[in-house]
Write a protein that binds this ligand. Structure first.
Ligand SMILES: N[C@@H](CCC(=O)N[C@@H](CS)C(=O)NCC(=O)O)C(=O)O
Length: 218
């Protein structure tokens, strides 16, 4: 099977698919685009206009990172989703929850003043409270092995870590389990290799370019 992942270097959803590919050792090619100025072929291929999309054998396109990742897991011998239907449903639900936090994060770094920033931050902190309440003590989301859910939270934790000098959102005293989970994930090879070498500089550059309230502290 020939796999081509269409990527934007700063996208956490793409990153979750790259982590899945790397963790499973699936051969693939990555093609980068600028999502702010996408080429026409991409507009034609992506039904939502969003990355990631996965081209399979040059003719079929799969979109939505959660769907792409489940496909990669199914095609690559499974193991990154629980077998139990209830647990699978819970993993899917908490993956969507992460998508909502990532949406908040995007708005947070663009928030222009202290009040707007703190309103969005409050929503994020509340979501993290809920996540902390259900997170077990295990190294990954459930148990010691990487699941699909870990792949998306890795991208969130990477971005929170980069913002830490300006704002310690994932405060270890408020979120001890999430902080330990983050530290574990960020140390893993597939997570570290899931972004381009210049990722930190690019991400912080993007935050500064948006000239939001937080950019003054970076
Ligand atoms: N639900 C989508 C979200 C993907 C997403 O938000 N991608 C962003 C980049 S990080 C994008 O392509 N934005 C361009 C747009 O919305 O037009 C997924 O999980 O694949």
């Amino acid at each position: 099977m020939n796999l081509e992942l269409i990527s934007f270097k700063l996208c956490p959803f793409v990153q979750s698919s790259v982590i899945t590919l790397l963790h499973k050792g699936i051969e693939h090619k990555i093609t980068f685009i600028d999502i702010n100025d996408p080429p026409q072929w991409f507009d034609e291929l992506s039904p939502t206009g969003q990355v990631p999309i996965l081209r399979v054998d040059n003719d079929t396109v799969i979109f939505e990172s959660a769907v792409i990742n489940e496909f990669l897991n199914d095609a690559g011998g499974c193991g990154m989703m629980p077998d139990d239907p209830l647990q699978r449903a819970l993993h899917r639900a908490w993956i969507q929850f992460c998508g909502s936090i990532l949406g908040d994060m995007f708005n947070l770094v663009g928030a222009g003043d202290k009040e707007g920033f703190e309103d969005i931050e409050y929503d994020i902190l509340e979501k993290l409270d809920r996540l902390e309440a259900i997170k077990s003590d295990s190294a990954c989301f459930s148990g010691g092995e990487l699941s699909l859910i870990d792949t998306l939270y890795s991208g969130l934790f990477m971005r929170l870590d980069l913002l830490k000098p300006a704002r310690d959102i994932l405060d270890a005293s408020r979120y001890p389990r999430l902080a330990a989970w983050s530290q574990h994930l960020l140390g893993l090879d597939p997570v570290q290799n899931s972004v381009v070498p210049e990722f930190s500089k690019m991400y912080l550059g993007m935050v500064k370019m948006r000239e939001g309230y937080i950019s003054q502290s970076l």
